[in-house]
Design a protein around this ligand. Structure first.
Ligand SMILES: [Zn+2]
Length: 364
């Protein structure tokens, strides 16, 4: 994609590059087709009552939803969105009275939008009471005279009971209201909910584009940006999350674990599992890194050009290991890593899962 092919919002955002504050539209890479489709609907007055934005995690679905909310409320109808008017600014600052985010408490805490209560862990589900809190918005006319927009972050965080309740809102549309359900797990939504929404699918982003973005906005050098972009698997969100910590150092310590696993004794395996276990999110990221490392091993065994590896900066280290570990064993490791991830998603104890992973990798 050349620079000229980019959606207008991104091209315009480039000018303010030196400003410290990042514009909302800066987060949008690609998705030209989706932005244009929404824009056409807006101009033609054919805005759907509800949309379902689905596609991989972290590719920018929510940013597109917010740009759409800006576009619907922007006072400069031709600019779509101008990014400068008060409505555009309020949406960007998440302070627009007619544009609401519906997200689980855990997600709101993660974003610093809500304080965590000390008595209990924040719920990772969207609760019925949160739907009730939205009802006044649906009943009243928009405060600022534009559109009321509700962006449902991780719509799959609604359980079936909650979805059934939400169905009523979808079935009885209130005027001037758009609901945008955002999810990477559309399968977790009820058919009745899905069928009420106009679907809009999102794909992954080209790795080179993500790398360029990371260089420009996160100040990474080209090599680091390339590794992170490859690990992000076409997801800018994931690549940015990886860029937060000292990911290369973490990856190197995981590489050490992989190198030690074949000959380590039980005591050492348990010790390493203990070192790896921590917060659930961290463990999930470590599993990603582990999976990428093993996948690169497999690619090398298959004679793939080292320049195409995710961890291309460590090609020699990978080659040394690939000589010692047969591909069949690496395949088995990959299967075990996926099982571990599935276990974590079912809320299994991270430490126990990691212990059985390392023991499994040792005996594989
Ligand atoms: Zn505007």
């Amino acid at each position: 994609m050349t620079h000229n092919d980019r959606p207008a919002v991104v091209a315009r955002a480039g000018r303010g590059r030196r400003e410290r504050k990042m514009r909302l539209a800066d987060g949008i890479l690609g998705h030209r087709r989706q932005l244009e489709q929404l824009e056409r609907a807006r101009r033609a007055g054919r805005v759907a009552h509800a949309y379902l934005f689905h596609g991989p995690r972290g590719v920018g679905k929510e940013q597109v939803a917010r740009a759409f909310a800006q576009s619907l409320n922007c006072t400069d109808a031709a600019a779509s969105p101008c990014g400068q008017c008060q409505d555009c600014q309020l949406v960007e600052q998440e302070k627009h009275p007619d544009v609401r985010l519906l997200a689980s408490e855990a997600e709101l805490v993660r974003r610093g939008r809500r304080e965590a209560e000390s008595r209990r862990a924040p719920s990772s589900q969207i609760r019925i009471e949160q739907l009730d809190e939205l009802q006044p918005l649906f009943r009243h006319r928009p405060y600022r005279g534009g559109w009321k927009v509700v962006i449902v972050v991780d719509a799959h965080a609604m359980n079936q009971f909650c979805q059934n309740r939400f169905l009523k809102t979808l079935e009885e549309p209130s005027p001037d209201t758009v609901i945008v359900m955002v999810t990477h797990r559309p399968d977790a939504l009820l058919d009745t909910v899905r069928s009420r929404c106009q679907p809009l699918s999102f794909g992954t982003l080209p790795v080179a584009e993500i790398a360029g973005w990371l260089e420009e906005h996160e100040g990474l050098d080209a090599g680091q940006a390339a590794v992170l972009a490859a690990m992000g698997q076409g997801s800018l969100g994931q690549a940015r999350q990886l860029a937060q910590g000292d990911i290369l150092q973490l990856r190197n310590s995981l590489a050490e674990v992989v190198e030690q696993v074949p000959q380590a004794g039980l005591g050492r395996l348990l010790e390493m599992a203990g070192d790896l276990s921590g917060k659930r999110d961290d463990v999930s990221m470590k599993l990603d890194l582990l999976e990428w490392w093993c996948r690169d091993l497999l690619l090398l065994s298959g004679g793939v050009d080292p320049a195409r590896l995710a961890n291309r900066d460590s090609a020699q280290r990978l080659e040394r290991l690939a000589e010692r570990v047969p591909a069949r064993r690496v395949l088995d490791w990959l299967a075990q890593i996926r099982r571990t991830r599935a276990g974590l998603e079912r809320n299994a104890n991270p430490r126990l899962m990691l212990e059985s992973l390392l023991i499994g990798m040792h005996t594989a």
